[in-house]
Design a protein around this ligand. Structure first.
Ligand SMILES: [Zn+2]
Length: 291
């Protein structure tokens, strides 16, 4: 091992150790396959995946048929959400440099470039290729390994990304070092303490390891930010637009595909080419400022 290798952080999952307080959560199951730290209450999947396993999860199939029905077809609904997020972000930051972690095909960067000089990264090679083809400055690779200059960004964004990471603690730590003092970190993720999550229990739609590994609530996300010199300046449960075809796909096909269900979906799909706005108050949108 070279000296350089030593400097590369281990991005594999530390479960069953809690990444917030270090406590051992082994066998403290909240739901099957989902652990809850007995000390601080943080909730996370009981999975040990290597960096290579995670990379495999986010190949083309993730965006076309696994988690998403067709990510590119979903662009109008996704961009409606990004437009709404940008309006909120603009109340706290205007101009300068923005970096998006987990930028996928660049749908957010496309809108954000009107207000910031934008760049991003993603571990999915096909997604990065798509974004680059559109001319965005996107690096393909593990964020923790990227040689990015410290204190050069005014905004770092992670949209529905933090729950997917093997080590969100290391990501937020690094993201914080990239921000200039006064810069902001913006993130959306599910709220495990929300009424819907508590009511639905293990059937809550956002509980699906191995793509969703961490389940934050207001207390745990604040704790993570605080640990890294970030102070929450905006907190809301945000609504979102969702393509009805995507909803239909989740209900009929995702994780329960049979030829009949697939056929039914194909028949119904053309009738539902629009999006709906939903707010179940179970998605958190936080903005935190670097002190
Ligand atoms: Zn803990």
């Amino acid at each position: 091992m070279t000296r350089h290798d030593n400097l590369i952080p281990d991005v594999s999952l530390p479960a069953p150790l809690c990444i917030l307080c270090g406590h051992d959560a082994a066998n403290h199951f909240l739901y099957p396959g989902i652990l809850q730290c007995p000390s601080c209450g943080f909730v996370f999947a009981d999975t040990q995946l290597s960096a290579a396993d995670l990379q495999k999860l986010y190949q083309r199939n993730y965006f076309f048929g696994n988690e998403y029905l067709n990510y590119l077809e979903d662009k109008p609904a996704l961009q409606k959400n990004f437009k709404a997020r940008i309006q909120t972000v603009l109340q706290h930051s205007f101009g300068g440099n923005l970096f998006e972690i987990g930028c996928a095909y660049g749908f957010f960067l496309e809108l954000a470039q009107r207000h910031w000089k934008v760049a991003g990264c993603d571990i999915s090679a096909p997604a990065c290729e798509g974004a680059r083809r559109k001319g965005y400055n996107v690096i393909c690779g593990e964020f923790l390994h990227l040689p990015l200059k410290e204190e050069q960004y005014d905004v770092v964004a992670l949209w529905d990304t933090i729950e997917h990471l093997a080590r969100p603690d290391l990501y937020i730590q690094k993201a914080s070092t990239l921000l200039r003092p006064g810069g902001i970190l913006c993130a959306t993720t599910g709220d495990i303490a929300s009424a819907v999550a508590r009511m639905r229990k293990h059937r809550w739609r956002l509980i699906h390891p191995p793509t969703h590994l961490y389940y934050f609530d207001r207390k745990s996300i604040e704790q993570l930010m605080h640990k890294n010199g970030l102070e929450i300046i905006h907190f809301e449960h945000c609504g979102y637009s969702r393509s009805v075809q995507q909803i239909l796909y989740s209900l009929l096909v995702l994780n329960r595909e049979t030829p009949l269900r697939k056929k039914l979906y194909e028949i119904l799909k053309p009738l539902f080419g629009f999006s709906v706005y939903i707010n179940l108050y179970d998605i958190m949108f936080v903005i935190a400022r670097k002190k």
